[in-house]
Design a protein around this ligand. Structure first.
Ligand SMILES: *Cc1c(COP(=O)(O)O)cnc(C)c1O
Length: 378
């Protein structure tokens, strides 16, 4: 069976976890957490990056930093993971969904402004498949209406939009290091605080609402409870696991891009014959090969293809059920405007095996089986 995903393992993780244990400091913010944070700050060019226990928690921190309160409205696509919305719903926000662009599956930047009311506090662009949203336009709208931009860059680690790392363009950026992502620590994530005036409060929120980070730096002589907060620090064991991958981040990225390109070339004829659609990468975006998906004719064809691939030892999966169609999404959100593409495009999308270590022969096998499916069908 060719798995859809296998968590990244480079070989050095055991050594680093052992090292973390030998340091006798296994709670948060030890040497491996600091290494990861510094690496992200240097690499992605942001004033502050901090590991968190998940991307969901990074989004929750961003919601607190943006002072999201009961009745505030937050704009996002409906084609996303539940966490994008959950993080704001726990603060009492109403979610306003906007349709996606059929080419990138990202929020349609041209529909955002119509969804803004005096209650709107934030826009949450989701960089689907690690491909950047149209950030110039989104930042321009946010500036005009004086609202926050919180990037859900869970899938966008190492991707760029016009030369800037995804996650560093809005006020806050949120990464995921869940085992299904390009770089992993099992469960984990990071918040990028792109405006220096929010750094101090972000540290406090992450440390249960205390000024403990200042205490450790010797800036205050005891630490105390000063704000809202929670426990958003991952343990050193998790950070140590992640460090082994960040160290070779380019190698992992190049490998994934190799897999992605092999799929893309393999499917060129099916695309030219208009049998399937392939992902679109805008000229100004640099992607990280987080995902390889194809788009088939419709839901029926997709269900048959998933079955066919499964019978041939290949695990393929569809993705989000649009949030505005889910039971809870209906309670806490509204879809602004018409759902022209969100449901229709999500019904057609099929994700293929993609992970660091997936072999060329395996990619070729998947491609050949999908071609076989269409030849036998016709
Ligand atoms: C994976 C993912 C998340 C959640 O990440 P966790 O680290 O599991 O909390 C949020 N948003 C998107 C778009 C994701 O893909």
């Amino acid at each position: 069976m060719i798995s859809f995903n296998l968590p990244v393992f480079t070989g050095k993780e055991f050594n680093y976890i052992k090292e973390a244990i030998e340091h006798k400091k296994i709670c948060g913010d030890g040497i491996f957490t600091k290494r990861c944070n510094n690496w992200m700050e240097d690499r992605f060019e942001t004033p502050k990056a901090m590991l968190t226990t998940s991307c969901t928690h990074a989004l929750e921190m961003a919601a607190i930093l943006a002072n999201i309160k009961e009745g505030d409205e937050v704009i996002m696509p409906s084609f996303t993971f539940v966490s994008t919305a959950d993080a704001f719903v726990v603060r009492g926000a109403k979610i306003v969904f906007v349709d996606i662009r059929p080419d990138t599956m990202n929020i349609d930047e041209n529909l955002i402004e119509a969804a803004i009311t005096e209650k709107t506090k934030a826009i949450v662009p989701v960089h689907y498949a690690g491909i950047g949203c149209e950030m110039d336009k989104i930042m321009e709208i946010a500036k005009k209406h004086n609202i926050f931009v919180i990037e859900d860059a869970a899938q966008g680690v190492m991707s760029q939009y016009k030369g800037k790392a995804l996650g560093t363009i809005g006020d806050f950026g949120c990464y995921s290091f869940h085992e299904t992502k390009n770089y992993t620590m099992g469960e984990g994530g990071a918040i990028l605080v792109n405006k220096p005036q929010f750094i101090e409060r972000a540290e406090i929120i992450r440390e249960k609402g205390t000024d403990r980070s200042k205490f450790f730096r010797g800036q205050v002589d005891k630490y105390t409870w000063v704000d809202l907060g929670s426990s958003y620090l991952p343990s050193e064991m998790n950070a140590a696991y992640l460090w082994a991958q960040l160290e070779i981040a380019d190698e992992i990225n190049d490998y994934r891009l190799g897999v992605w390109n092999r799929y893309y070339e393999g499917f060129a004829s099916l695309k030219n014959d208009k049998i399937i659609d392939l992902p679109v990468i805008p000229e100004h975006c640099k992607q990280n090969a987080h995902m390889f998906y194809i788009k088939v004719k419709d839901l029926t064809e997709r269900t048959r293809l998933i079955e066919f691939l499964k019978d041939n030892g290949i695990q393929s999966v569809f993705h989000y059920i649009p949030l505005h169609n889910s039971p809870y999404g209906k309670k806490v959100g509204v879809f602004n405007g018409k759902d022209v593409h969100t449901t229709a495009e999500s019904d057609r999308l099929l994700r293929l095996p993609m992970y660091y270590g997936l072999k060329s022969e395996e990619v070729d096998y998947v491609v050949s089986k999908i071609k076989e499916f269409y030849i036998t069908r016709n």
